[in-house]
Design a protein around this ligand. Structure first.
Ligand code: ZN
Length: 65
């Protein structure tokens, strides 16, 4: 089982690249038992949604006319 620090690192990397099935399984398993990392994951999920929304909005606005 990975440490909380490593799990958080994986959650961060998941924003930039797809995780391997082993990594996803490790993360899922860790989250079952670790309340702290579940809270962290919620934060990352929010961050991902917010970043995507911002990018879409920004791209629309930055199209040259
Ligand atoms: Zn943890």
């Amino acid at each position: 089982m990975l440490s909380c620090r490593e799990e958080t690192e994986l959650m961060s990397q998941r924003l930039d690249r797809p995780l391997s099935s082993g990594e996803r399984l490790g993360l899922w398993f860790h989250l079952l038992f670790c309340k702290g990392c579940r809270a962290t994951q919620k934060h990352f999920a929010f961050l991902r949604t917010a970043t995507r929304a911002w990018r879409e909005h920004h791209d629309v606005d930055s199209i040259p006319r």
